[in-house]
Design a protein around this ligand. Structure first.
Ligand SMILES: [Zn+2]
Length: 303
């Protein structure tokens, strides 16, 4: 290790995270000399290992000093170090999950038989601000419910109002997830920390993030589908009807029916009249995988 002063930080590379030195255990509780600004006298408690290509020196430097004296080179070195640490994690993730890639992708694709008709039905309710879904959801977001005045317990509440949220696009989301998982079908480019900041490092970072996001989003989507599809039930419509008759709804008239595999809505607000008709395919209610079945844990656990 080099203890001489570092003057040229061109191409500086970090070799470690920040390291806190237990200085209390050092003779006299002495701090560590800094080969940037104070090579011969005690200076810092938290430092990091760095490689200086200019003189091939490896130095243990104070992290504040590096930031102060080598600002740009240090920032670049930090970014690169983080990308390298991430790339090593992603390579490990790939080694572990690639053998299961086909199985994982088929679980996602299998769900499309549910998300496709579910999103088609949602589409019929509209996404624009003046549309019925917005009107109902925005006016009573997630809480068409009634409390007993004495016991304060819920007399009823309508499940699955998230179906009407304008961000509920389950099929689009699932396609994105499946695409993220399919990254596993293609090996990562060769890369190790000696290869430098190559296109390969960038590709590993991008594809790894896509995969990680997909793995995280899949169980979440399955829960959302399970919740949202409860909206398309007679029970929900009965409760919405009670809510409307109770005088709490913003509609002058509201009629929602589920009949013969179709939902129909006739509603009048002070603004306009809504008329919606959409197919409620039986596939929407197909059994969903358990969360455990769509949670792809690695031996290190998912972050
Ligand atoms: Zn220093």
């Amino acid at each position: 290790m080099t203890k001489t002063r570092a003057t040229d930080s061109t191409g500086l590379r970090l070799l470690s995270e920040k390291i806190r030195v237990p200085v209390a255990r050092r003779a006299g509780g002495e701090r560590v000399p800094c080969p940037i600004c104070s090579p011969n006298r005690p200076k810092f408690v938290i430092g990091l290992m760095a490689y200086f290509p200019a003189d091939s020196g490896v130095r243990f430097i104070g992290h504040d000093c590096a930031d102060t004296h080598f600002t740009d080179d240090f920032r670049q070195a930090e970014v690169r170090f983080r990308a390298e640490v991430q790339a090593v994690e992603i390579q490990a993730l790939w080694t572990e999950l690639a053998p299961r890639g086909v199985e994982m992708a088929s679980k996602a694709v299998g769900l499309m038989t549910v998300t496709r008709p579910l999103q088609m039905c949602r589409d019929a309710f509209g996404y624009h601000i003046t549309d019925f879904a917005q009107f109902l959801y925005r006016n009573r977001p997630g809480s068409i419910s009634k409390q007993d005045e004495k016991t304060r317990k819920a007399v009823y509440s309508v499940a699955g109002l998230s179906f009407l949220s304008d961000t509920f696009r389950p099929h689009d989301k699932l396609r994105e997830i499946a695409s993220g998982i399919r990254e596993l079908h293609r090996p990562l480019p060769d890369w190790n920390s000696d290869s430098g900041t190559s296109a390969a490092l960038k590709e590993i970072g991008q594809r790894g993030q896509k995969l990680q996001a997909a793995i995280k989003a899949l169980p979440k989507l399955v829960s959302e589908i399970g919740d949202a599809r409860q909206f398309l039930t007679r029970e929900s419509f009965r409760r919405i009807d009670r809510w409307h008759r109770g005088g709490s709804s913003p509609f002058a008239s509201l009629l929602m029916e589920l009949e013969g595999g179709f939902v129909s809505v006739q509603a009048t607000s002070f603004e306009r009249t809504y008329s919606i008709r959409a197919e409620v395919s039986a596939d929407i209610f197909k059994a969903l995988p358990t969360l455990a079945e769509v949670t792809f844990r690695t031996s290190k656990g998912n972050k």
